[in-house]
Design a binder for this molecule. Structure first.
Ligand code: ATP
Ligand code: MG
Ligand code: FE
Length: 354
């Protein structure tokens, strides 16, 4: 099968064509992404109205390029997939409506994809990974640990009770005067910082379960920054290093609980896999920690290439291909859903609004 995938849920306008023969991994025929980071940088975060307008302006060209790069015609497609949620409503409507128009004009089935399912299934596209496995999703909008049991079959084991991890990086950067997006800036500063000079809390560690919390940590950074003001470059570096060390400890602790729970649930799987996704997966300190934690417990650490960890059309095309193979297509009346928890995929998705 050959599926066109469209992603417009946040600040990337993306389209991709993925091929799959129904077994093993898929093949990415094209993968075009336009990041809106520059459009939002001046505001220190994603502005929904600007995002929606930028998607409208860019999407036609992005789709045309994805089709041209792949060398296919609309006629040659098996289906058209688009992110239907969760995400910013304006962008979702732009992408989903475009997909509907193409599906209608080319007489192809539509697949309304859950963005999180796109992240969850990416390791099957890249590595043909077999179910079940664990997913750690750490992005600007999400921080979750998921059990991936099958297509449309997920259990959320942990989530953040306040800020997402990427959001915590971005807010910390902002209060330290570093540019947006904050993750890369904090990582760069942390590289020359002393992680032990400031003592920051490790929220949730030692508690049962896999939930996260980062807002208290961000507040602790603010207090430490205020106490040390005016901040020298070295102060900022030391605060960033302390922040990175703290979040790394928190994620290591939470993931540790998930690994133990997975072991108990699937004692027969000798070397289970944990996959990472989301922009924060680019963070080297976090990767090193995860690698160590997983190796120590006999798990395999799978990190897809960075361009497939962040938002992209290939993951949506792939999720579309997997759903198509199971006959899980959608009507042209499918609705965009700003809120759409992954464990509610089986619920009726047509006409049910949020
Ligand atoms: P979502 O995908 O959940 O809708 P999003 O589009 O904001 O949200 P991504 O594009 O996957 O998420 O990731 C962006 C986030 O990743 C930002 O918060 C950014 O600060 C963070 N990030 C990027 N690189 C790094 C890094 N090296 N270290 C830490 N965080 C990083
Ligand atoms: Mg993004
Ligand atoms: Fe995402």
């Amino acid at each position: 099968v050959l599926v066109l995938g469209i992603e417009t849920s946040c600040d990337e306008t993306a389209a991709s064509v993925v091929a799959w023969d129904g077994e093993g991994r898929g093949e990415i025929r094209s993968n075009v992404v336009r990041s809106q980071i520059a459009d939002h940088a001046a505001f220190g975060g994603v502005v929904p109205e600007i995002a929606a307008r930028a998607h409208i302006e860019a999407l036609d060209h992005i789709v045309a390029r994805a089709m041209a790069d792949a060398g296919v015609s609309y006629d040659g497609l098996s289906a058209v997939a688009a992110t239907a949620g969760p995400g910013l409503i304006g962008g979702l409507i732009v992408g989903l409506t475009t997909a509907k128009a193409i599906a209608l004009a080319a007489d192809k089935p539509l697949v309304a994809v859950n963005h999180l399912e796109g992240h969850a299934l990416t390791a099957r596209l890249t590595d043909g990974l077999a179910f079940p496995y664990l997913l750690l999703l750490v992005s600007g909008g999400h921080t979750q640990i998921l059990l991936v049991r099958g297509v449309g079959d997920y259990e959320r084991w942990g989530t953040t009770i306040d800020d997402a991890l990427g959001e915590a990086f971005d807010k910390t950067a902002k209060l330290l005067g570093l540019p947006y997006p904050g993750g890369p800036a904090v990582e760069r500063a942390a590289a020359v910082g002393d992680p032990d000079r400031f003592d920051l809390p490790r929220p949730m560690t030692g508690r049962p379960g896999c939930d996260f919390s980062f807002s208290g940590l961000k507040t602790a950074v603010r207090h430490a920054a205020e106490a040390a003001a005016p901040l020298s470059e070295q102060d900022v570096a030391d605060l960033c290093a302390a922040f990175e060390a703290a979040v790394t400890d928190v994620v290591g602790d939470r993931v540790g609980h998930a690994l133990a729970r997975f072991r108990a649930a699937y004692p027969g799987i000798v070397t289970p896999t944990l996959v990472v996704a989301g922009g924060v997966a680019a963070n080297r300190a976090l990767r090193r920690r995860l690698d160590a934690e997983l190796t120590a417990r006999g798990f395999r650490f799978l990190a897809p290439p960075m361009e497939l960890c962040t938002d992209n059309g290939a993951m949506i095309a792939w999720a579309g291909a997997e759903r198509l193979a199971l006959g899980l297509t959608d009507g042209l009346d499918a609705l965009a859903r700003p809120r759409w928890p992954l464990d509610q995929l089986a619920a009726p998705r047509i006409g049910s609004g949020a």
